[in-house]
Design a protein around this ligand. Structure first.
Ligand code: SF4
Length: 355
């Protein structure tokens, strides 16, 4: 594969200088950037939390997490359930499960920090290994997350749906990475992406990179319009007096968290919504041998990263408590002690006030 871009040494110098000069003036004051927090453990936790999540949301979670486990040694004793409790509401729960696996690995293996070694740790991939190595050791590795991808995609006018998109981005990122001061440089890009080259409404008018940038706003809008997939599903509020059934979710998005039983989330096609919902309910009832009457309590909307979900909640009142495979009867109080997603918090509000 031959990739060619207009990245000569003059372009590189100008690019790096502009970004770093901008950072010197505009650097964000973030808790994990404080001098006392410049160690592997704290940078790692912050980078994991920041994946797919905005800084404003991460800060209170990061602070509570660090208060509970101030260093790697204390984190070694954390249980998965407790990590998930501290994670609840932050989303992408697989990250919390990976943190657990990673600390179990780190308990047994001492590592010299560099991007190659860090990739051996479960759950640490290309981005986090490079970010930690660049920030802590100034290693000259390309640091590419979704935000940095966005700047490069816009500046070089690339189409994210094309086959070689990721390879092109990585090639460009490597070309532009400075030999020294990479920690400073990659954090400059992170802040620049968040404050100037923002996902929505980039501030192109006063941008320091304007002359170097080939961004096409119209093209970006058309691409975005095709990304809003709508799905629907059903949550089953099966209850007897003040007890109801819950399960530990096996869905990839909610893995390890507790919820009322949920159907699959299906893409809302042209078929009428009520037909799909009735079909899901009747399939679920018959697979669980339930002939009881039910009532639809309403629905909640929730946005996951790749789709919008409309989740209907169905109230099924039983005459007696029956045992179900892999389901557990709980009271509201017990349910409150279990780790659960933001979606389930919305559902709980709806089901307990309307039933
Ligand atoms: S000109 Fe606009 S799109 Fe290009 S880098 Fe600046 S903010 Fe981003």
């Amino acid at each position: 594969m031959t990739l060619k871009y207009n990245i000569n040494s003059k372009f590189k110098r100008e690019w790096q200088k502009k970004i770093i000069d901008w950072y010197k003036v505009n650097k964000r004051d973030l808790p994990w950037r404080k001098r006392r927090n410049q160690n592997f453990y704290k940078i790692w936790i912050s980078e994991v939390m920041l994946q797919q999540t905005i800084v404003k949301t991460v800060i209170p979670y990061y602070e509570k997490f660090i208060e509970r486990w101030p260093n790697l040694k204390s984190f070694f004793d954390a249980s998965l359930d407790e990590i998930l409790l501290y994670w609840q509401g932050l989303g992408y729960y697989q990250r919390a499960k990976n943190l657990f696996k990673a600390k179990e690995y780190l308990k047994k293996n001492k590592l010299y920090i560099n991007s190659t070694n860090l990739k051996k740790v479960p759950g640490i991939g290309d981005y986090i290994s490079s970010a930690i190595s660049a920030i802590l050791k100034n290693e000259n590795c390309a640091v590419v997350d979704g935000n940095i991808k966005r700047i490069l995609r816009r500046v070089f006018n690339l189409n994210e749906n094309e086959k070689l998109f990721n390879k092109k981005i990585l090639f460009i990122a490597k070309e532009l990475t400075p030999v020294s001061q990479n920690g400073f440089y990659c954090q400059s890009l992170m802040d620049f992406a968040n404050l100037v080259c923002k996902a929505k409404k980039p501030l192109c008018g006063n941008c320091i990179l304007k002359k170097m940038c080939n961004f096409d706003l119209k093209k970006e809008k058309t691409n975005k319009q095709n990304l809003k997939i709508k799905k629907i599903g059903v949550g089953f509020f099966v209850n007897k007096n003040k007890n109801f059934l819950i399960e530990m979710s096996k869905k990839k998005l909610l893995q390890g968290l507790y919820s009322i039983p949920l159907s699959d989330f299906v893409i809302k096609e042209k078929k009428i919504e009520s037909q799909i919902i009735n079909q899901i309910i009747s399939d679920w009832m018959s697979s669980n041998n339930l002939k009881t009457r039910f009532k639809v309590l309403g629905y909640v909307n929730h946005i996951f990263s790749h789709f919008h979900l409309k989740l209907f909640i169905v109230d099924i009142k039983l005459k007696e408590k029956i045992s179900f495979n892999e389901l557990e009867w709980v009271t509201e109080k017990t349910f409150d002690t279990k780790p659960k997603s933001t979606l389930m918090k919305k559902v709980k509000k709806k089901m307990l006030c309307k039933s």
